[in-house]
Ligand binder design. Sequence first.
Ligand code: UT7
Length: 331
Amino acid sequence: MTKIRAAITAVGHYVPETVLTNADMEKIVETNDEWIKSRTGISERRILTNGEPMSFMAVEAIKMLLERRKITADDIDLILVGTVTPDMLFPSTACVIQEKIGASKAWGFDVLAACSGFIFTLVAGMQFIESGMYKKVLVVGADKMSTITNFKDRNTCVLFGDGAGCVLLEPSEDPNMGIMDTIMHVDGKGGKYLNMLGGGSLNPSSHETIDKDWHYVYQEGKHVFKDAVKGMADVSHDIMVANGLKSDDISYLVPHQANMRILTACADRMGLPQEKVMVNIHKYGNTTAATIPLCLSEYWADGKIKKGDNLILSSFGAGYTWGAIWLKWAY
Ligand code: UT7
């Protein structure tokens, strides 16, 4: 029997209108445009200021996707959401989104893999297509990082932004296109370097957790940087080797956007020129689970991705979580 392969058949995204430039950040913390640009590649980021939660951005991204694919929410079988900023701890934001878009027959759940949230969620969604269980799986990567960013900590507050992206997975019409291979990893030993300690069952929210800033992202940047460069470059290279892919075969690396220097190190290791690396960090910063689907949606809309293109999606984030996906663009 021919294998059913899962393919991305539509993309969508949303970013808030409010722009926070590096000059704006200079008014908030002791920092400067030159430091932020040279150390991270970020010039500005978007912040959701209308009081709406993360699901607002996810729903806007989904509306774009449904419109582009010319289907309705009733056609969706399953909604999977990668995020570290759910609207609330429970119910899941998948449930919130299901109600907001009116997806009458869909069920769904959230996936927590931080900056690897989108690729982990994509691999989860892929299973439901490959097994033959479902025909239309919505995979969302969205984060409202401004709600867990400490705007008094210059080490982290310049890095993050808000945004949402989503893709639709369907059985590929051509079994030689779609998601071809995946390599995924976790290593819990990395947990101490990048986390948010408060609000869970270990440290339930209290005056003490608030006083200690445990409701914000904590990161030992230098340590994570070193591990991210190695983890992301290794796994991106490993998936090429495992599938006999040469750098000329690859149309794009679609990397998680944490730091421009990590993207460059990854591309160098894969033997790819800079123009084959999808980049949006300069205008959106690190939008956590949204960085990769945001790239896909904008590059597709600009006509830069073509049917048959080989893409390597790759990410590294809190957990640690990391991995790479090879896919052949199917539409
Ligand atoms: O997305 C999930 C995974 N996350 C990542 O992959 C992030 C990985 N880490 C990074 O991207 C980088 O480590 C950062 C961008 C966070 C920091 O860059 P760095 O080159 O590692 O800088 P650093 O943390 O070693 O700091 C160097 C200096 C320090 O000053 P001293 O101690 O040398 O005097 C910092 O205090 O830069 C200072 N600094 C700043 N200066 C101006 C830190 N943040 C800022 C700032 N503006 N915003």
